[in-house]
Design a protein around this ligand. Structure first.
Ligand SMILES: [Zn+2]
Ligand SMILES: [Zn+2]
Length: 303
């Protein structure tokens, strides 16, 4: 009985050991399968990566080699081509210099030739040259621009360019610069140039500089002399005419005739040039020189 039980126990133990070894074998084989499959998977991934990136690397290598080849060949070409280009440029520069010197030489030669020809023509055929000159002059006279130019030259030569003229210009510019600031009685009657000169003689609040005083009193003195002559001017027609001419002149420059009517005061006392100078002042300085009313508009008057 005991031996039977012992044998049964041994058999059971054997069965258990066999079962456990079977289980261990199965687990071992499963783990092995897993490991091998992961190894295979990684090797597959690596092979795929190589297959994909290999051509790219090769292509970049090829492109880099190609670029290096191109750059080196470009450098070589530049080195090869620079010398002929430099030579060609130097050739062009020397040719241009030669051409310029030839042209200058030929120009001077042509001018000299023309001079020699003109002298020969004058010496050999004086009557023909005279005829040619008269023809050219008559053609020149036929053009209106020539007459205009000649008139301008004559007017320029007639200009009084002495010291006295410059002093007059200076005194007029001083008058122009100072008269808009000078206070005047509004609504004063129109007196023409006389009114302006009498205002100039009046003593002012602020004494001006000595030089300005001299310049201002000089025309005033002349005007006083004219006023002294006034009783006789009534009889002398020449002086009457002179007085009338004076009245027609602009009250500022005393030179041009009055051609601009100021509105709204309707004083006709300025010439075109003085009006233009006056209208360049600010609006609050654009006053009529006779009545001090502000000028809103100007009208050109043709007498
Ligand atoms: Zn004027
Ligand atoms: Zn006025």
């Amino acid at each position: 009985m005991v031996s039977n039980g012992h044998a049964l126990l041994r058999q059971a133990c054997d069965i258990c050991a066999i079962a456990m070894s079977l289980v261990a074998y199965v687990i071992n084989s499963l783990v092995n399968i897993c490991l091998i499959s992961t190894q295979n998977f990684f090797s597959l991934v690596l092979a795929l990566w190589d297959a994909v990136t290999g051509p790219l690397w090769r292509m970049t290598d090829v492109v880099a080699a190609f670029l290096a080849h191109i750059s080196s060949s470009a450098v070589a070409m530049a080195i090869l081509l620079w010398t002929p280009c430099q030579l060609a440029l130097e050739l062009l520069a020397s040719a241009a210099r030669l051409l310029a010197s030839c042209v200058v030489f030929h120009l001077t030669g042509l001018v000299l030739l023309a001079c020699v020809l003109a002298v020969i023509l004058i010496v050999l055929h004086p009557e023909q040259t005279l005829r040619l000159a008269t023809q050219a002059l008559s053609q020149l006279h036929a053009r209106p621009s020539y007459h205009r130019l000649w008139e301008d030259i004559v007017r320029l030569t007639r200009l009084p360019l002495g010291l006295e003229a410059w002093r007059r210009v200076w005194s007029r510019s001083l008058q122009l610069a100072s008269w808009p600031n000078r206070g005047g009685a509004p609504g004063a009657p129109q007196g023409g140039p006389r009114r302006v000169f009498s205002a100039r003689i009046q003593p002012q609040d602020t004494p001006p500089e000595a030089e300005e005083e001299v310049i201002r009193t000089a025309p005033a003195r002349g005007r006083e002399q004219l006023n002294e002559d006034e009783p006789a001017a009534g009889q002398d027609p020449w002086k009457l005419l002179k007085e009338q001419e004076e009245r027609k002149k602009c009250v500022i420059c005393q030179d041009q005739s009055k051609t601009v009517l100021l509105l709204p005061c309707r004083h006709l006392c300025l010439c075109q040039a003085c009006t233009e100078i006056l209208m360049r002042h600010p609006v609050y300085h654009r006053n009529c020189p006779l009545c001090r009313r502000s000028i809103l508009q100007t009208l050109n008057v043709y007498l």
